[in-house]
Structures are given as structure tokens and as C-alpha cells.
Design a protein around this ligand. Structure first.
Ligand code: PLP
Length: 392
């Protein structure tokens, strides 16, 4: 029999102290009668695909909630990112700066534009892009030519940067905006994980030229599958709407198209689910913030591990609660994952960093020394919104 380390035991009992001993998934969606009623209404209307009243209603709810002028609902978050990058002008052989520590969708969306992801370093507070290190890196490798940022090593244009608000914690958007201005780079936010998270009282996803959301089943709010594009620009919103609806020119019965578009519009059925979920978003976030407080109390006396809290001047949605092991205990990560999952408390490591993945091993990257150590020490713990009430 192998001996289990004290830190592993401490972490397991802190989780149990916070949420009880019943098996728990990492993140389960929460539904009530409203979802069933809206879905029935949608089915009875017979409009279950992309024409129907719930799509427009869901988009208005998203725009109102986030403060974005326009919201365009899509089939998923990856499709939203793909179109977002296209409409800001990312094209063949461009480079797009993205964190090495993100879900592979961020990089894939860049590839769908025939562009190349260029991986950047993370910092500890938000787990997002380290703007300071990135600035000095860009000073070294790039130059501005005719108002465009050119990578002097690859000779390619660096067109855009896509920060990702990791597990719901906002990246340093003020510094990112300054950097974009300085280097003539377009900001597109991957806000897939951060619906409801604020940076200085403003919603993530509304700082860039475009921001994108995801409503996959494990996100803070779900439409089954789904995503959205947020923007304050009428021109970009019009392009996004056009590209996500096959590029069809408006006409009552004729089919004419002026571009190669995409069938990316969210179906009415999914939007019906989304409308019901949006009514509860404030409550979901309150529950998640309560859960954080409970974990925070249980973990406060445990040495060797930190529970991630929202960055300064930010209000996080706390989508996934996150532990980061101290460097000296990094070797215990797999034991902790094994022991928690063995008793039905689902925990998960961070994504493998993208610069090590098979499709992106050859992509350009800056020094990722901190990203590597951070990624190997992250553990996400059960984070469902209903966990609070279950354990009272
Ligand atoms: C969930 C997610 C997406 C989009 O995922 P879809 O499953 O396509 O909706 C994109 N980026 C990040 C960081 C995500 O977590």
C-alpha cells in the first residue's frame, strides 16, 4: 500500500468540509421549470432552427447584461472566435498572440483563419497574459511598419491578440489595451469562461474590438452548445451576423450570397434554453462567490496550496474554483487528482500547454517558463452553482 501525503489528505478534507462527502462532478448545469417551459414553447412554435423569437431575445438579454451594444449568438464558442478573428481582419499567414495556457479552441480558431498562433507567457494573479513580459518581448522581436506590427524573425504581420480570462478571472485589460495601442494590434477577448466577470466594473468581453462567449454544457450558463460574439461596432456586428448566416443577402424568398459564409447561427431551441438560463445568471454568480468563500475558509489553514481569488479591481464569476500548489508540492498533483477522483469528488488538472501539443508544436512562442510551472500546479475542484445549498 502506498502512503498518502499529508497535503493530499488535507486538501481532500478541506473539499469535504466545504461541500460534503457526496460525489460531485467538476461542474454541472442547473435547470428548473423555466427551461422546460421555454423549450416547450419553442417546440410548439415549430421554429426550432435559427429562425425564431428566442434567438433575438437571447441576444438582447446578453447585450443588456454585458453592456455590449451588439450580441450575435452562434453554434458554439469556437465558431464565435473564428468569426471574431475574421471580421477584425485576421487572414492567411498573420500571427495572433494567444496564451499558451488556454483551451485548444483559442488556437484552433486562429488556424481556421489560416493564421498562426504565437504563444505568450502567463502571470500569477489572473493566470492570463503577462503584459509586462510581452511588451519587452515585442520590443525585441517586432517593428511597426506602415501602421502594422511585423514580427522581424518570421516577417509575418502580428494582427491580433486574444487574452483569455482563465476560469473566470479577468486578465489585465487596461495594460492590454495600452499594449495594443502601442503595437497596433487588435484586441479580441476570449471571454468563453468569464460571462459575468467584471474588470473595473465593466464586463469582460466588451473591452476588445470583439469579445466572444461560450455556452457549452460545463460553462457558467449553458445553451447545450452555443456561443456569442459581443461588439460595440455596428459595422463589425453586421459582418458577424452576415458571416454566421451563410452570407445570405436578405430577401423574402431568393437565395443569393456575396461571400463564403458559415452556418454558425444559434438554433432557436438552444436560445430558448439560454433565455431561461440568463434569468438566473445573477443568482449563479452569487452562489459561486459563496462557494469560493466556503472553500476559502476551509483552505485558509492549509500550507502548500493557494485557492485563487479574483484579481485586484475585478469581480470574478468564479466559474471554476482553482487550487495552485506551491512549487515544492508540485509533484503531489497527480496523487491529489487520483485521491479526490477516487472518492467521486471530480478534480481536473489545467490543459496541457498548447506549445507542447501536436498541432502547435512548431508555432512561434516567447519564453514560457512561468506558464510551464503554473500549468503543472493547477487543480480545479468541484464548482457547480448548486453545491452551496446541497451542503447546508
Ligand atoms: C469553452 C471555451 C471555448 C469555446 O468552446 P466551445 O465548446 O466551442 O463553446 C473557447 N475558449 C475557451 C478558453 C473555453 O474555455
Amino acid at each position: 500500500m502506498t502512503k498518502i501525503n499529508k497535503l493530499t489528505k488535507d486538501i481532500l478534507s478541506a473539499i469535504r468540509e466545504s461541500i460534503g462527502t457526496d460525489p460531485q462532478p467538476l461542474h454541472a448545469p442547473s435547470f428548473s421549470l423555466t427551461e422546460i417551459n421555454y423549450l416547450s414553447e419553442c417546440i410548439e412554435s415549430t421554429y426550432v432552427s435559427s429562425v425564431g423569437s428566442f434567438v433575438g431575445k437571447f441576444e438582447r438579454m446578453l447585450a443588456d447584461y454585458t453592456g455590449a451594444k451588439y450580441a450575435i449568438a452562434t453554434v458554439n464558442g469556437t465558431a464565435a472566435l473564428h468569426v471574431a478573428l475574421k471580421i477584425v481582419g485576421v487572414s492567411k499567414n498573420d500571427e495572433v498572440l494567444i496564451p499558451a495556457l488556454t483551451f485548444i479552441a483559442t488556437a484552433n480558431a486562429v488556424s481556421y483563419c489560416n493564421a498562426i498562433p504565437h504563444f505568450v507567457e502567463a502571470e500569477s494573479e489572473s493566470m492570463g497574459i503577462d503584459v509586462k513580459k510581452l511588451r519587452s518581448y515585442l520590443h525585441n522581436i517586432s517593428e511597426i511598419k506602415n501602421g502594422e506590427c511585423i514580427n522581424r524573425i518570421t516577417n509575418r504581420r502580428i494582427k491580433a491578440i486574444v487574452p483569455m480570462h482563465t476560469f473566470g478571472h479577468p486578465s489585465n485589460l487596461d495594460d492590454l489595451l495600452k499594449l495594443c495601442d502601442e503595437f497596433q494590434i487588435v484586441l479580441v477577448e476570449d471571454a468563453a469562461e468569464s460571462l459575468g466577470s467584471l474588470y473595473k466594473d465593466r464586463h469582460t468581453g466588451t473591452f476588445g474590438a470583439v469579445g466572444t462567449l461560450s455556452f457549452n454544457g460545463n460553462k457558467i450558463l449553458t445553451t447545450g452548445g452555443g456561443g456569442a460574439i459581443l461588439t460595440n461596432s455596428l459595422e463589425l456586428a453586421t459582418q458577424a451576423r452576415h458571416l454566421t448566416t451563410t452570407g445570405k443577402l436578405p430577401h423574402k424568398w431568393e437565395f443569393n450570397h456575396d461571400v463564403v459564409g458559415f452556418n454558425y447561427r444559434m438554433p432557436n431551441l438552444n436560445a430558448a434554453l439560454g433565455c431561461a438560463q440568463m434569468e438566473k445568471i445573477t443568482n449563479f454568480i452569487e452562489l459561486k462567490r459563496d462557494l469560493f468563500c466556503r472553500y476559502n475558509e476551509s483552505f485558509s489553514n492549509i500550507k502548500g496550496v493557494a485557492l485563487i481569488r479574483e484579481p485586484k479591481e475585478c469581480r470574478s464569476n468564479y466559474w471554476l474554483q482553482t487550487l495552485v500548489l506551491d512549487q515544492e508540492y508540485a509533484h503531489l498533483r497527480d496523487e491529489i487528482l487520483r485521491e479526490t477522483n477516487n472518492v467521486g469528488l471530480m478534480t481536473r488538472p489545467a490543459w496541457s500547454i498548447l506549445s507542447n501539443s501536436i498541432p502547435y508544436a512548431g508555432s512561434p512562442k516567447m519564453d514560457l517558463v512561468f506558464t510551464k510551472t503554473l500549468a503543472s500546479r493547477i487543480i480545479n475542484i468541484p464548482s457547480s452553482p448548486n453545491l452551496m445549498s446541497a451542503s447546508i
